[in-house]
Structures are given as C-alpha cells and as structure tokens.
Design a protein around this ligand. Structure first.
Ligand SMILES: [Zn+2]
Length: 272
C-alpha cells in the first residue's frame, strides 16, 4: 500500500502508530508549542500512550521546541523510567492522573500560552458563549485552584475536573489539554488560547454579545451529530449564555457609579 506523502511538519490523527511515528509527532508538537509562544525556555510537556502499559513523554530540562526523537523517555503507568537517557517530565504525575481517570485519553499537552495563562492567573474560567467553535470543541474551560507544579497539590487540584472537561486552566500556571490522540490534544490547547485571545479583545472593547441558550443548544446538538469525542463523564458544561448575562451582569460608567455611591451616602446621612 502506498503511503500518502506528508508535509515534514504534519501530524496525522489517530493513536495507533509505530513508536517511531509517535516520537516524531511529539517532537513536531513540541516545535509547534514553542513557535506559537505557548512555552518559553524549558517549559511544558507532552506525552502519549504507547500501549496499555507504557507512556512516551518529553524529558525534563530541555526546550520542547528543540527536542529530537532520542531525547524522549518511556515510563510505566506509575511514572517509573523504562527507557531513555534523560529524565521524564516533572509534571508526569499530572499526565498519569489524566490517563488513569480517562481511558479515552491517549495524549496530554501541558503549556503556558500567555493569554489563557493570564485568565488562569486572574482566576477567570473560559465559560462564556462568545465563540461557536469553543462551544462545539470544548464547552467550557474551568480554572483548577493553584497547586505547586510537580507536587501532589497540582494533581489534587485538577482531579475533580478531569472527567468533565477536555482542557483545564491551572491557576497562576498554565493550561493542560488532552484527547484521544496527540493532534486533538494540541488542537484543544490551540483552541483554548485562541478563545482566550478573543475573550480578551471583547473585554478590551468593553462589550460581549453572548450566544443565546437556543443557539448553544443547536451547537451542542451539532457536536453530537458530528460524533465529536468529548469529556467522558457528565457530557459538556453549558457556557454562560445571553440570558444569564442580562440578569447577572450590568455595566456602569465611572460617573454613573459615582452618582449611585453619592446617593447611597446621602441616604445614609439623612437617616434620623
Ligand atoms: Zn507548567
């Protein structure tokens, strides 16, 4: 059978590949994360399931934009090194927790894309229905409370969220995204950062027009129709829609706020 010739930087979908192909894919995704500015220095980590017992991961202490296939490390499901000259990622425990809780997940990407990480540092989830693509692809992206990287604090923080979401903001740290194969995990990272950029622009413009729950319902129906794989349990969290926005959020100018405060002070002073 003749194989389709791929562009040198292509990653095909699917999790059933040879070890050589998986190694190549991890190095390509590492370059993509680095070139897009999603990671700096030696940040971030990428892993995938080689088979039911083994994980192939990026090593610690090296730029993920400059890795070669031989730099990668193979571990067992407890994170013990089975093969490789370098040491496995310092965030291996986070990856292993996701594999343990989500049998449908075969690849995990962790990075620090600056805009989504800004939302994470502000403690603001990406949960508003402002982009149809995000509703279809991810639903919502929650914020996990802060946990020191590389310690059980971080795994404890994400554990309650792993089953219900396919990407998570890590407070004061970054983003973790995962999926049935490496390209899907990368796309989920990219979609999260893209959504965060658009959300930031709407904040700068001072206005967000949210989709209605009717529109969101249609998008979620389309997602099922397309057969998109998503968070295993609990389905998809519905994002905040225009109806909620009308009742829960108001916008005031500084002058309007001042009038309200002055009136409240006046009222308080005029009390007998
Ligand atoms: Zn990190």
């Amino acid at each position: 059978m003749r194989r389709r010739k791929l562009h040198t930087d292509s990653v095909t979908s699917g999790a059933r590949k040879t070890e050589e192909e998986h190694r190549r894919d991890i190095c390509i995704v590492g370059r993509w994360l680095y070139e897009r500015g999603y990671i700096a220095s030696t940040d971030g980590n990428i892993s995938l399931r080689l088979d039911p017992q083994r994980i192939l991961t990026s090593p610690t202490g090296i730029s993920k934009g400059m890795m070669t296939e031989g730099d990668l490390v193979i571990t067992d499901l407890e994170g013990r090194k089975l093969c490789g000259d370098r040491n496995p990622s310092s965030e291996m425990a986070m990856h292993l927790l996701i594999y343990r809780l989500r049998p449908d997940v075969s690849a995990v990407c962790h990075a620090h894309p600056p805009v989504a990480t800004g939302f994470a540092a502000a403690g603001i989830p990406l949960n508003k229905a402002i982009l149809c693509e995000l509703v279809v692809a991810l639903g919502c992206v929650p914020v996990a409370r802060y946990g020191t990287p590389g310690t059980p604090e971080l795994t404890e923080a994400i554990e309650p969220l792993v089953n219900g979401y396919d990407a998570i903001l890590l407070a004061n740290h970054g983003v973790v995204a995962y999926g049935p194969d490496l390209i899907t995990a990368f796309y989920r990272m990219e979609t999260t950062e893209h959504y965060a950029r658009v959300a930031l622009v709407t904040e700068l413009l001072g206005k967000q027009v949210l989709l209605s729950s009717h529109d969101v319902g249609k998008l979620i129906a389309a997602r099922t129709r397309y057969g998109l794989q998503t968070a295993a349990a609990g389905g998809i969290e519905r994002p905040v829609t225009s109806e909620a926005n009308e009742t829960e959020r108001i916008t005031l100018t500084r002058a309007e706020l001042k009038v309200l405060i002055d009136e409240a002070i006046q009222k308080e002073r005029s009390r007998p």
